[in-house]
Write a protein that binds this ligand. Structure first.
Ligand code: DAH
Length: 339
């Protein structure tokens, strides 16, 4: 009996030592201590043991059970510790790894400039309006004092949808739309896309953007136009920026002018940027022609106004020193990421 118990104990302890998973330990428990386990069957054989021997043998069986139970418990603790260690190693977080960077989108240089122009004019009490990109000949030309046979139309030879409908060549038609609403006075700017059948090169594109401006009220003079554009130039290009006006011709304004700003790179002394002249042309402008007012049912004897139109891309190219307009349209993120 003694040998039998010693063998059972030895075997059980060896199996416990071999166990590398909680399942296996459980198996050992069932095989040795369970209802049908080896130690239990020894207990069942106690009836064959002489009464004098029984307490002794009983004690031996208990000792064996205790030894196996202790070994099982120790093995379980050790096994759990090991498993925990493995999983901790697996889940370890390297806090020195650089975090994944979020790729944030941002505004296109055209949009930045457009919002800046809008901010400046809204600050002066202007309203921002929009006009249609597909326009009738009337709004794009006729109502702007450009009759059917006028050579000014040839300059804007463009994309016609049919004989009377075209993709607008200028935002100036928004002036007419706004005047026709019949609400005076008017102080508005109208940014938007325009189209011309220009070949693509560093300074031309068949589609670009303009911002139109229109003010109509009583007693509006050229002095108001000058003051407004001078203030715009200071806010847009810097406090020391000056403006100058050169006589020009536009059908829908009289008198008409082109406006230059003093070069905001060299301050006017002459550089590569302003081609040595100290001035940079930025827009066309003038006093709204009486014919234009009349066609939109505004009495030129009572009201007067000024208008201006600037090229958005031109300003963006100047502001960011971009020397090829095509870069603005290619959507190359290496380019766009710089703004
Ligand atoms: N529409 C003109 C163009 O595309 C620009 C322009 C000039 C707009 C004078 C105006 C203006 O409102 O008064 O060249």
């Amino acid at each position: 009996m003694k040998e039998l118990l010693a063998r059972i104990k030895e075997e059980a302890l060896a199996k416990i030592a071999e166990s590398d998973a909680p399942d296996k330990l459980n198996e050992v428990r069932i095989n040795y201590l369970g209802k049908k386990g080896e130690l239990t069957s020894v207990l069942k054989g106690m009836k064959d043991v002489s009464p004098e021997e029984r307490p002794k043998v009983g004690q031996m069986v208990n000792d064996t059970r205790e030894a196996i139970e202790t070994a099982l418990e120790n093995a379980r603790i050790e096994l759990e510790r090991k498993l925990r260690e493995v999983s901790m190693k697996k889940e370890v977080i390297d806090v020195t790894l650089p975090a994944k960077k979020m790729q944030m989108g941002h505004r296109h240089p055209n949009t930045i400039v457009m919002e800046e122009v809008e901010r400046i004019f809204v600050g002066m009490g202007y309203e921002v309006v929009e006009g249609p990109e597909v326009e009738t000949d009337y709004y794009n030309f006729e109502a702007l004092n450009i009759p059917a046979d006028h050579p000014a139309k040839d300059e804007q030879d463009t994309f016609y949808v049919n004989g009377d409908i075209l993709l607008r060549t200028q935002t100036s038609g928004t002036q007419v739309h706004d005047m026709e609403k019949g609400k005076l006075p008017i102080r508005m700017i109208a940014p938007g896309r325009v189209f011309r059948s220009d070949e693509v090169d560093a300074t031309h594109s068949p589609s670009f953007h303009q911002i139109e401006g229109l003010v109509i009220d009583k007693h509006i003079t050229f002095a108001d136009l000058k003051g407004t554009l001078a203030e715009f130039a200071r806010e847009m290009f810097g406090e020391d920026t000056k403006v100058r006006f050169r006589p020009h011709h536009f059908n829908f304004t009289e008198p008409s002018a082109e406006a230059d700003v003093s070069c905001f790179k060299c301050g006017g002394s002459g550089c590569r940027f302003c081609k040595g002249t100290g001035w940079i042309e930025i827009l066309g402008c003038g006093m709204v022609h009486p014919n234009v007012l009349r066609m939109s049912k505004i009495d030129p004897d009572e009201y007067s106004g000024f208008a201006f139109g600037l090229g958005l891309e031109r300003i963006a190219l100047l502001k960011y020193e971009i020397d090829d307009m095509r870069l603005l349209y290619e959507n190359d993120v290496r380019f766009l990421n710089q703004f």
